[in-house]
Design a protein around this ligand. Structure first.
Ligand SMILES: NC(=O)c1ccc[n+]([C@@H]2O[C@H](COP(=O)([O-])OP(=O)(O)OC[C@H]3O[C@@H](n4cnc5c(N)ncnc54)[C@H](OP(=O)(O)O)[C@@H]3O)[C@@H](O)[C@H]2O)c1
Length: 264
């Protein structure tokens, strides 16, 4: 089994890689920074080696690319395919967030979030989809966010990008299912990762109020749920009571949430 993970050098993607590796899969990690990729590879090797007959049996391939650059990403995926064989599972986890009030954010920063989160994911899917379809097999998991399910103060670009992924996944699932390919989308909550640690100080008081004081989930737990979702070919994967309620009953729940948090 070959699992390709964009954003596999850190956070949720890295924890997903750990799980698949522990199950004997060949894993390919794609991200921009080659040093971070190598650090992630070493960390996976050191963890997984004792469980296997030897580190040389582990196939952990890394390829550096910006997912928003379709050509470079395609080349990186091709490199992963020649190292580890056809892609059975794609986890599209690469993503960025830059909280800021809409009118205080440079348009380039806004666009970078749309570009990485939406087009980066679409490019990753495009790079593996045709071959999955041809083989009549494959699973794709798109990592969206709880921020796709409710508008959050200071997260205009991020909410727009992550809700776009929900629509993309739902529409593609309808097409792909006919060809034996499953498309899933997950909506993680706050998760303790480098992204979350960088984001938290930039969060507005209004966003803090809405998102509550609940501690972030461990990345390992989020990764476990993601892998379960892939196994079940689940259409959507929610995490915890609030995100599940928003996902299943959003139109009913959201007016109440906004009323509650809008009180002075
Ligand atoms: N942490 C949370 O609270 C949370 C909650 C909900 C959803 N999410 C989503 O979960 C996903 C993973 O987030 P995380 O918290 O695990 O973040 P993270 O620890 O910052 O990891 C992000 C990964 O994506 C890669 N990446 C970012 N931009 C990229 C690009 N343009 N091209 C290729 N790789 C890129 C990063 O490596 P390089 O920088 O080297 O490229 C890194 O490997 C993201 O889509 C995020 O939006 C996170």
């Amino acid at each position: 089994m070959h699992v390709i993970i964009t954003g596999g050098s850190s956070g949720i993607g890295l924890e997903v890689a750990r799980i698949y590796l522990s199950r004997g899969a060949n894993v390919s990690l794609i991200a921009r920074d080659p040093e971070r990729l190598e650090t992630a590879r070493q960390s996976l090797l050191s963890q997984a080696a004792p469980r296997r007959t030897g580190a040389r049996n582990l196939r952990i391939h890394t390829a550096s690319a910006d997912t928003s650059d379709a050509e470079r990403l395609e080349a990186a995926v091709a490199d992963c395919l020649s190292a580890n064989g056809p892609c059975d599972i794609l986890i599209a986890s690469a993503g960025i967030v830059e909280p800021s009030a809409f009118d205080e954010q440079e348009s380039s920063v806004f666009e970078a979030q749309i570009s990485t989160n939406v087009f980066g994911t679409v490019n990753a899917v495009r790079a593996v989809y045709a071959d999955m379809k041809r083989r009549g097999a494959g699973r794709i998991m798109i990592v969206s966010s709880g921020a796709a399910l409710i508008g959050i103060h200071g997260y205009t670009a991020y909410c727009a990008s992550k809700s776009a992924l929900a629509g993309f996944a739902e529409a593609l699932r309808g097409e792909a299912g006919e060809h034996g390919v499953s498309v899933s989308v997950c909506f993680p909550p706050d998760t303790l990762t480098p992204q979350f640690q960088a984001e938290l100080p930039k969060r507005s008081p209004q966003a803090r109020k809405l998102m509550g004081a609940a501690p972030p989930w461990p990345a390992t737990k989020v990764a476990e749920r993601i892998v379960q979702g892939v196994e079940k070919r689940a259409a959507k994967v929610y995490f915890g009571f609030e995100i599940t309620a928003l996902g299943l009953f959003g139109p009913l729940v959201k007016p109440l949430v906004f009323w509650w948090y809008g009180r002075t």
